[in-house]
Design a protein around this ligand. Sequence first.
Ligand code: 5AD
Ligand code: SF4
Length: 435
Amino acid sequence: MNEADSEKMAGILCAAGYRLSGSPEEADVILINTCSIRDKAEQKAFSLAGRFAQLKRRRPGTLLVLTGCVAQKLGAGVLERAPAIDAVVGTGRMAELPELLERVRASGRPEVDTGEAASEEHPAAPVRSSRIKAWTNVMFGCDNHCAYCVVPSVRGRERSRKPVEVLAEVTALGRAGFREVTLLGQNVNSYGRGLVPAADFAGLLRAIDAASGVPRVRFTTSHPKDFSTGLMRAVRDLPSVCEAVHLPLQAGADAVLERMNRGYTLERYRRIIGELRETVPGVAVTTDIIVGFPGERTADFDDTLQALAEFRFDAIFSFRFSPREGTPACTMSGAVPEEESARRLIVLQALQREITEAGNAALIGREVEVLVEGPSRRDPGAWKGRTRTNRIVNFPAGDRPIVAGDFVNVRITGAGFLSLEGRVAAGDLVAARCG
Ligand code: 5AD
Ligand code: SF4
């Protein structure tokens, strides 16, 4: 979400006459786009602000801007912690950036703008970092009340973009030759709620599949409590929609899920993942897990381990609980000591590592469709790409006429934790070259 916002802000500034600079050292405006989901992300933002403050001393006139969720959450409080900041711009005020910068230049005083968004439709096209993959928001905000989460208070109420607007943007991306678009929302499954005329996410996917010309479509994030059979069928039936679903579980014990206010039990999650896997053969399922949520007993954590062993996710993102001011969990009793949540995280990640490695190893010998993203970072003589299930595959370039953006059939020859190795499948060099 933040990366998509950064690209939007770059687009807004470029439309106002700015250009991207090669490095912070030569920039007239430095923008720090921040995340406040966990304390660590917030700390990182402030330490970056400190680093750029030194740079500003060497180059007076450089404007330092803090945007994103930390800006939205702390407002003028940012200036107390980081006095070198010239402008604090909330998540709904990106369109106002050029004007705000002008005001700062004119007055020499910092500006803080964390007001409501007038509209989230920016006429300026984002400056996209890739020519192959793009993001687009289908909705903003979140109406859920997960007890640990700061998102609803900083990103506001859930609002969906109109299907015509999303479709127009994705179709433009298809025409521009993009091979993959990821549709973004905090809870894409509730897409369309409140729209007139009514719309739903499966319908949006159908429209995009039929008309956009984008060969691969992904979406994130799904909330288990809203995952419909219709959406599972859309993933199964629509050729462009990749068989990869991110379905955050968060915890394996019902008592913890309840205190988190997630709105489902482990049994309900089990039924959903079961139906998903039955409906969409070969679907990759990834998840998010929080360890050390207040009141999480050792037995509850064991339930989470048990759940990982049962569901065998393709990959997980796992975090230690981070108390966020203003959220219900922040004042809950039963804090888990830091060393204990750190220990739990290590145990959890070790178990998942085995599961992911075993899942990857099971692909050896199989042929998969890879979208080539560019040269492999580890080996410049090789290509790197991703399967439809979002696994990274490295394969030797050889003398094949391959370019980034190609679809190549690759036979998997080796597997590690984070990536797979392969060779272009014999007799089928380039499966499809689109556009
Ligand atoms: N502490 C730790 N992890 C959190 N997440 C959200 N809020 C917190 C928090 N306060 C995690 C959840 C969510 C992911 C994006 O970040 O697992 O799914
Ligand atoms: Fe946060 Fe829950 Fe909304 Fe996700 S669904 S953004 S975890 S409140």
